[in-house]
Design a protein around this ligand. Structure first.
Ligand SMILES: [Mg+2]
Length: 326
């Protein structure tokens, strides 16, 4: 029957569910059973390794990661149940585990499945039954693989979303949400590690006049350039956040009052050097910033820290703008 284009597309999009060739590990202390199963597995078109006890089988399982293990239950040394439990504890891709035993009474079947086996085959092995089990293993392993791949994709997507949700779209610096989280982390850990931290609050002077005169697209461009200049003036390890509107916050690691004043001065000069013409009636001819700073002390909370820096910023504004107050 010929397929419609839509059906062909679906067939192509979906990976084949046909059984692929598997690597099967046969474990049995009885040589006759082992050889019989090996032949049967190869007959079905699969690769086969063999082991005569649990210890040897576990070594192969760890080293070669077979797709499927067909294991006897009763063996000297490490028996099938112990082998199964150990295989289940192995990290990495799933190994389909099937017990083979002549003791196919209910209690043994249950013990086998409780130890983590996927299925149980009575001895002597029926070739059709074995083929059905191998097919089941092949299907399950394929689905498992797809789920693992999809999970990896989902994880990558959510990591990207997580990062994006903490970035300010316009200026590409971190946003208010990221600031809240970072401040909570810094204030919670600071007393424990006795680290010096400083926080600066930055505001573009007379920005409303700038926007009213030149329009919002020009205002957005100015915001981007100011954010870029301030970010470039910071050391590695310092972080710039857009606090809202034309307000920014810098979080400075390992910085006391003197270091913070120097950092905020560098940021102020960097913006001045951009030489962006300001609107008529603004306090300064060029676009400038004012900054207020506060260092982290015992008992500082995110709110009290921001308030203290904001108070300093207000004083910088009152003192004529384009300056830094600590
Ligand atoms: Mg045995």
């Amino acid at each position: 029957m010929t397929q419609t284009p839509k059906a062909q597309e679906l067939t192509r999009a979906r990976p084949s569910l046909a059984p692929r060739s598997l690597h099967v590990l046969v474990v049995d202390d009885d040589e006759g059973s082992r050889l019989g199963m090996e032949l049967a597995v190869r007959d079905l078109g699969h690769r086969c390794s063999t082991a005569s006890d649990g210890v040897a089988a576990f070594e192969i399982a760890t080293r070669d990661r077979p797709d499927m293990i067909l294991s006897d239950l009763m063996m000297p040394g490490m028996d099938g149940l112990e082998l199964c439990r150990r295989v289940r504890d192995l990290p990495g891709e799933y190994i389909y585990f099937v017990f083979t035993s002549a003791m196919h009474d209910k209690a043994h079947v249950l013990r086998g499945l409780e130890s983590g086996a996927d299925d149980y085959l009575g001895k002597p092995i029926d070739l059709d039954e074995l083929e059905a089990r191998v097919r089941a293993a092949s299907r399950l392993l394929l689905v498992q693989k797809q789920v693992t791949e999809q999970n990896a994709l989902l994880r990558r997507d959510s990591q990207q979303l997580f990062a994006a949700s903490r970035i300010d779209a316009l200026t590409q610096c971190k946003n208010r949400r990221a600031l809240d989280e970072d401040l909570a982390a810094v204030t919670a850990n600071a007393s424990r590690y006795e680290q010096a931290w400083a926080l600066g609050m930055i505001d573009i002077d007379d920005f409303k006049k700038f926007n009213d005169t030149f329009g919002h697209p020009a205002g957005d461009e100015a915001l981007q350039r100011v954010a870029g200049a301030v970010a470039d003036s910071l050391r590695r390890g310092d972080t710039l956040f857009r606090y809202g509107g034309e307000e920014f916050v810098v979080l400075l690691a390992e910085q006391d009052e003197i270091g913070m004043r120097a950092a905020l001065e560098r940021a102020r000069r960097a913006v001045e050097k951009l030489d962006i013409r300001h609107a008529r009636g603004a306090s300064h001819e060029r676009l400038t910033i004012s900054a207020g700073g506060a260092v982290l002390r015992a008992g500082t909370t995110p709110d009290s820290w921001l308030t203290e820096a904001d108070t300093a910023l207000y004083r910088a504004k009152r003192a004529g703008k384009n300056n830094v107050v600590i």
